[in-house]
Design a protein around this ligand. Structure first.
Ligand SMILES: NC(=O)c1ccc[n+]([C@@H]2O[C@H](COP(=O)([O-])OP(=O)(O)OC[C@H]3O[C@@H](n4cnc5c(N)ncnc54)[C@H](OP(=O)(O)O)[C@@H]3O)[C@@H](O)[C@H]2O)c1
Length: 387
């Protein structure tokens, strides 16, 4: 079997690449990668393997340099004779930014880029499966405090917190326009955070959120809202097991489900013993966020309820260098707080029923203990500027 993988230098894609490279039934893995030369591409792929000391076999892992922005992408992939042997495409590349300033880029990569890949894929002689890595959060922002099933998406009427989830939904809709259903497999992970092993995680992104909440200590968010989070090693292993399984459906959540879901409160309980020098966590109603934002702009009116929490304001002044830093942190954290507020978990019954080797994930408040050393090292201000 020959695989064409996009996004191999990313958080999930890197883990997929390493895990796929260990499967004997796979001959070659063509990695679509942004690089100016084959040498640079090989160096980038080498780093994916060296992060956790895995063996990189350049005879099986073949870079294909390119960019989802390339106008002639479908043509250039079609001209590459080696790629005619591809049986499975795993499309993990995406622009995952939540920031409005990248909305245009996000659309270009996640919709237009995907469409170019599909035009090429539709003409591949041996293609068995196009595995699209979607996201469970395409269900949108109108579902609150309940478990969401696969069949509820894609829903064109869904309203979205960020353009990213909208583009991932549009991506799912595009698949049907180019490929027959039997060749489409959609894996929709929930929120992928850190790694359940004691290793350096491939990406600090969601861990940055935890590190920032941990540092702020006073958080305007519903602390008991259900949160569906899984570690990247679980996400990768589940997706690969799904690819090789006899499936009953073409869409699967890769998630904790209700059973293994967590909450900010549970995460905070896990963090507390490791950071006992910090003030205790204090969660307040989300409506207080507006006051916090005003305080961060030195515009909070004297009678504000926020001043009842003066010890936290003093702590922010001392530990964060005051309101300016808080403003930067809140700008980065804002969309994540909104996602937390939704209280969504994603039903994982399909995956557990159809793929015998996949078991329930470990709840994030438990496996996060493997990430503590990393959380400690995250520079939250730097992460907020370049999430
Ligand atoms: N992380 C999560 O919590 C989560 C949850 C649900 C679903 N997902 C989905 O999982 C997939 C992987 O996410 P991730 O967290 O691994 O993202 P990531 O760490 O941001 O990685 C994104 C990957 O896409 C590549 N890429 C971006 N723009 C590209 C372009 N124009 N041309 C070619 N490659 C490009 C990046 O390459 P460079 O290294 O060159 O930048 C990188 O390899 C995505 O489809 C995402 O929607 C992620």
């Amino acid at each position: 079997m020959n695989i064409f993988l996009t996004g191999a230098t990313g958080f999930l894609g890197g883990e997929l690449l390493v895990d796929l490279s260990k499967r004997k039934e796979i001959d070659k893995i063509y990695c679509f990668i942004r690089a100016d030369s084959q040498e640079e591409a090989i160096k980038r792929l080498g780093r994916v393997f060296s992060l956790h000391g895995d063996a990189f076999d350049p005879n099986r892992i073949i870079p294909v340099c390119g960019n989802l922005f390339d106008v002639n992408l479908s043509q250039s992939l079609g001209d590459n004779k080696d790629l005619q042997q591809v049986d499975v495409i795993i499309h993990s590349a995406a622009n995952t930014s939540f920031s409005r300033i990248y909305d245009e880029l996000v659309e270009q990569v996640n919709i237009a880029g995907l469409e170019k890949l599909l035009k090429w894929a539709a003409n591949l002689p041996h293609l068995q499966t196009f595995l699209y890595i979607g996201t469970a959060t395409i269900c949108g922002k109108d579902i609150h405090n309940r478990v969401v099933t696969e069949d509820e998406s894609p829903n064109q009427a869904a309203r979205h917190l960020v353009r990213y989830t909208y583009t991932k939904m549009q991506g799912e809709l595009l698949l049907d326009a180019y490929l027959p259903r039997e060749k489409i497999l959609i894996a929709r992970p929930s929120i992928i955070m850190g790694d359940s092993r004691e290793v350096t995680p491939r990406s600090p992104v969601i861990l940055w959120t935890v590190a920032t909440i941990n540092r702020l200590r006073f958080i305007p968010v519903s602390e008991h809202a259900m949160l569906d989070m899984i570690p990247v090693d679980y996400a990768s292993q589940s997706i690969i097991a799904l690819l090789f399984a006899k499936r009953q459906h073409h869409v699967y959540h890769i998630s904790s489900g209700y059973e293994a879901s967590t909450s900010v409160y549970k995460l905070s309980r896990s963090l507390e013993p490791y950071f006992s020098e910090l003030p205790p966590f204090r969660f307040v109603h989300k409506s207080m966020l507006a006051q916090v934002k005003l305080w961060a702009r030195n515009k909070c009116k004297p009678g504000s309820e926020l001043f009842q929490y003066q010890p936290y304001l003093d702590y922010w002044n001392q530990a964060l260098d005051g309101p300016g830093s808080l403003r930067i942190l809140l700008a980065g954290l804002g969309p994540y707080l909104e996602f937390i507020e939704l209280g969504q978990a994603f039903d994982n019954g399909r995956l557990l029923r159809d793929v015998a080797e996949v078991k329930q994930s470990v709840p994030a408040d438990q496996y996060i203990k493997s990430c503590m050393r990393f959380i400690e090292k995250i520079n939250i201000l730097e992460g907020a500027i370049d999430p």
